[in-house]
Design a protein around this ligand. Structure first.
Ligand SMILES: *Cc1c(COP(=O)(O)O)cnc(C)c1O
Length: 432
């Protein structure tokens, strides 16, 4: 990663911070203090990362102005020749990165990509089988507060009580009983690898479309740190801002036979004009993901997560499923007698940003929760390795078990001091 601001050698309209600061000190102040917040603490939210200055530059460009409803070569607006090149590059890089037949790079977010799956394959009222939210799924997988649960009939599987991993017997039984149109694998708090071959065979047996929501782990697939769902799934949706490290957005890849239906579902069924600046930034990100450096990064993300999970376990903060194969782990705090809500507040007071999370069969309400979720994408981007994971586990344990939500508490201050030392040695967005 290069410096925080690259100085353009040619006149470039975009990313001009000084001009913004002169015109709008309030918003430029927010931008600066958010950067200081990122730099000042440990960012352990499993769904966050720090994209490169190159990605941020593309995001801050005049491509934001362009209306380009439609797809490259078949737009509803004139003047699209330049943005067509950006989208074409994004599509080519995405299909090549994942070895996919087809890519749609227009979804505005992970949730938008998921909407397209419903639009392409389901009529209102039809059935989908997906992982339940409290066991690690996602809001868009048929929960009652989401369009997906209001307009579609969702049946949910969960994890096994003993292994705390997906209950494959339950998945198979529910699929045979309900014969859903779509079977979904993937979620937001699944630490283990998913058996995509199992899901493919089951989908074939019951005549369902197999959809993988890879929002969380697609970056690990791009870097070949974990196996790919692409050969198995009919469609794979994902976000581009999690481990992948691109702009805040979404995309999908699919088998050739579903390309037309999914393209129509993204536009015009679910979205209007594509965000061409974000699509250009996705193209930059896909190029980054094809480098050996990125592959090494994803290996390190996984190794760091495994180490952090193990060390937290040694401090009595038990990893569910016994550990992790990915970039995140989910921890049960019942052994140390702290709720997820308190743990989040205590960590925050000590400069450690993580989130409370329900654990499988959680006795607490979701707003309190018995667990925390931690992830290593950010700290690994900052160059931290196994030794730093040991330190981080110790700092989390101290803050969560002995600390207090008051930042002025002695434990909060002590841990914050150690956090400052760590992020000074491994800075986020290093100053030029
Ligand atoms: C993050 C996530 C999404 C939603 O992505 P947004 O960009 O926030 O809409 C969808 N599915 C899963 C499994 C996720 O983890």
């Amino acid at each position: 990663m290069t410096g925080p601001q690259s100085s353009a050698t040619t006149p470039f309209y975009g990313s001009d911070f000084d001009a913004l600061a002169a015109f709008d000190p309030e918003i430029s102040g927010v931008l600066l203090s958010e950067l200081e917040r990122i730099r000042g603490g440990l960012q352990l939210i499993a769904s966050e990362n720090m994209s490169s200055p190159e990605v941020l530059t593309a995001l801050g460009s005049t491509l934001s102005n362009k209306y380009a409803e439609g797809y490259p070569g078949r737009r509803y607006y004139g003047g699209c020749a330049e943005v067509d090149k950006a989208e074409q590059l994004a599509i080519e890089r995405c299909t090549s990165l994942f070895g996919a037949d087809h890519a749609n790079v227009q979804p505005h977010s992970g949730a938008s990509a998921n909407q397209a799956v419903y639009g392409a394959f389901l009529q209102p009222g039809e059935k989908i089988l997906a992982m339940s939210l409290p066991h690690g799924g996602h809001l868009t997988h048929g929960t009652k507060v989401s369009f997906s649960g209001k307009w579609f009939d969702a049946v949910h599987y969960g994890v096994d009580k003993q292994t705390e991993d997906i209950d494959y017997d339950q998945v198979a039984a529910l699929a045979r009983e309900h014969r859903p149109k779509v079977i979904c694998a993937g979620g937001s708090a699944i630490p283990r690898l998913i058996d995509f071959e199992f899901f493919r065979n089951l989908a074939d047996e019951v005549g369902a479309v197999f959809w993988v929501d890879a929002a969380h782990f697609i970056g690990l697939v791009a870097g070949k740190a974990i196996p790919s769902p692409v050969p198995y799934a009919d469609v794979v949706t994902f976000t581009t801002h999690k481990v992948l490290r691109g702009p805040r957005s979404g995309a999908l890849v699919c088998k050739a036979e579903h390309a037309a239906a999914l393209d129509k579902a993204v536009f015009p069924m679910m979205q209007g004009g594509p965000q061409m600046h974000t699509i250009a930034a996705k193209a930059v990100n896909f190029k980054e993901c094809a480098t050996p450096e990125y592959a090494q990064y994803t290996q390190a993300v996984v190794a760091n997560a495994a180490r952090l999970a193990e060390k937290l376990g040694e401090h009595g903060i038990r990893p569910t499923t016994g550990g992790t194969d990915t970039h995140l782990s989910l921890h049960d705090l019942q052994g140390v007698g702290v709720t997820g809500k308190d743990a989040e507040a205590r960590a925050d007071a000590a400069g450690i940003v993580l989130n409370k999370n329900a654990i499988p069969f959680d006795p607490q309400k979701p707003g309190i929760a018995s667990g925390i979720r931690v992830g290593t994408p950010c700290v690994t981007t900052q160059g931290m390795g196994l030794e730093q994971m040991d330190t981080i586990a110790e700092l989390i344990a101290t803050a969560v078990v002995k600390g207090d939500a008051d930042p002025e508490n002695a434990v909060s201050r002590e841990v914050r001091g150690a956090v400052t030392e760590l992020v000074t040695r491994f800075p986020a967005y290093p100053r030029a």
